[in-house]
Every structure is written in C-alpha cells, then in structure tokens.
Design a protein around this ligand. Structure first.
Ligand SMILES: *[C@@H]1O[C@H](CO)[C@@H](O)[C@H](O)[C@H]1NC(C)=O
Length: 302
C-alpha cells in the first residue's frame, strides 16, 4: 500500500514537473508577424484556453472578429483592446479582449467613427504610445466601467488577453528596415473611464520592461503613460521618454519609487506625486476625419 502510494505520488510529481517545464510565459515567446501560429497560447490552465486567435485575415475581419493580434504603427494606424461582447467590464473580459483597429485590413474589428475624441501618438527613444479619450461603449465596454490594465503578464503569465500579441513597424528606423514588424514583447495598456493608453516598448532598448511595467495596475493611464489627454486634440509627436512608472522626483530633488498599495487596504486615496508628462516636439496636428475617414458607424449598445 505504502509502495503504491509513494509510486503514485512520484508519478504525480513527475507529471506536475513536466507541466511546469512545458509552460512558457507569454513574454518569453517570440513571434514573427508574417508567420504567426493560430494561437500564441496553446495551454489549458485555470483560466481555460485562449478565446481568440492570432492569425487574422479577411475571413476573420468584421465587428465580431476575435483577433488578438494588435499593432501600433502611427497616429492613424493602431489597435486598442476592447470587449468581445457588448457591455463588457474590463475586469471580467480582460482575458478575452480583442483588437479593435483604426483601419480595416488586419482581420480585426474596426474602431467606429467618433469613438476617439482626443489622441496623441508619441515616439520616444524607448517606446511608441497612443493616449487619449474615447467613447468606450463604441468598443463594447460598459459605459461606467473604470476598467483596468491589460498587459502580457497576469498572475499566470499568460497575458491579458491570453495569447494577446502586439507588433509595430515604428522601431523600423532603429533596425534599418522600414517594413519590419517587431513584436513589442513588453507593452501595457489601460482602458476605462473613457480614457485609453497603449505603450509598446522597444524590445531592443535596455529598459523595455520598466517603461512598460505592469505592477502599477491600479494607477491608470495618467501615471503609467503620462500625456496631455486633451479633448479635441489629434496629434503625432516625438517625445522624451517618461520617468519609469512609479518613479518620481520630489520637490527636494530626491528620486523615489512608489509602492502600490494592495487592494485589501481599500481605495488609493493619496499618491505622493503627480503625473509628469514628458516633453514632446515636432507635433503634427490633425482632425478626427483626417485620421479615421474609413471608420464604420458605431453600433450603440447601451
Ligand atoms: C485566416 O484566419 C483563420 C483564423 O485564424 C485561419 O484559420 C485561416 O487559416 C486563415 N487563412 C489564411 C489563408 O491564412
């Protein structure tokens, strides 16, 4: 009996070691934009399976697409993560969010006309980023949802969404080939309160994981991706890189790192610093119709 039990225990142990060894965190996987697998996440875990897919083409295109491959190239060519179903709460659908893009042609949903009411695209030495204001119901997100963070981590390291990938050609000038898409392995995004931000960190930069840190998930766009968030402004700029999320310089010149308080201590009512948008330069101004003339009409859900 003892022998049998010990044998079973040994077997179980072997099995769990095998499972642990076969799992690769999403940020440790590398992909080529032109040669993607059907799903970046083939695992079955506590959160189930990847609900969408990464091969996105004309057959998957449309407002019910479950494409989970996003891009961020420029002020008029990027995707945001939105709900796969009407009235989604980010906290409930974070594992299943899908790409909503500014242009058709990528096998995704397309962000409806008038959704984005203010927008800044910025390219810095370390990342590209879009920030702005949005009618989030146009991306099927519940009107009152304060939302939350999306990133390629999560406590199970499978990402939010599971298997979600982000690519960009905006770092092309740094690698010499203007047509090359690189996988922005480290990225973060917040969606909620009619505010959005999406930052893709240059994987060839030394601090990609820090600029795209994922531990300040209760602080929202203004702290993680400080920018103007101005209504009615549509612009594309160059810019300095921000301070790392959570890092700030006090009035006395001392640089400190904020530690986010756990949710068990209740709402965050005080932060020792204000968001500090970095300097921008060479901004080009646009109107919404300059950028999004091909967008479909919204389907009101509320
Ligand atoms: C189009 O995308 C679907 C869904 O990912 C995939 O099953 C299909 O093989 C793709 N078609 C082509 C021609 O790549």
């Amino acid at each position: 009996m003892f022998v049998k039990t010990a044998f079973a225990a040994a077997l179980l142990q072997t099995t769990s070691i095998a499972l642990a060894q076969s799992f690769t965190p999403l940020v440790s996987k590398s992909f080529t934009y032109t040669n993607l697998p059907y799903q970046a996440d083939p695992d079955v875990g506590e959160r189930g399976v990847q609900t969408g897919y990464n091969i996105c083409n004309s057959t998957t295109e449309g407002q019910d697409s479950l494409c989970q491959t996003a891009i961020i190239n420029s002020v008029d060519d990027f995707c945001l993560w939105g709900s796969p179903e009407p009235n989604g709460l980010i906290g409930n659908v974070e594992g299943e969010v899908v790409a909503w893009c500014t242009k058709p042609g990528r096998g995704t949903r397309v962000i409806p006309a008038g959704a984005i009411t203010g927008l800044t695209f910025v390219k810095t030495p370390d990342y590209v980023q879009v920030t702005g204001l949005i009618h989030q119901t146009y991306l099927d997100i519940e009107v009152w949802d304060a939302g939350g963070e999306l990133d390629p981590h999560g406590s199970d390291q499978r990402g939010n969404p599971l298997g979600g990938l982000l690519f960009t050609n905006a770092f092309a000038s740094s690698n010499g080939n203007p047509n090359t898409y690189v996988q922005a392995v480290e990225w973060h995004s917040f969606m909620g309160g009619d505010t959005f931000c999406l930052k893709a960190c240059d994987p060839s930069g030394p601090n990609a994981a820090r600029y795209c840190d994922h531990v300040y998930d209760r602080l929202g766009c203004y702290y993680n991706a400080p920018a103007s968030y101005a209504e009615g402004v549509f612009e594309s700029c160059l810019g300095d890189s921000q301070d790392f999320p959570g890092v700030y310089t006090g009035a006395n010149g001392v640089v400190s790192t904020y530690t986010q308080l756990p949710e068990s201590l209740g709402p965050i009512t005080y932060l020792p610093y204000a968001p500090k948008p970095p300097a921008t330069s060479q901004c080009s101004q646009f109107t919404s119709s300059d950028l999004f003339s091909g967008a479909p009409a919204p389907t009101p859900t509320a």
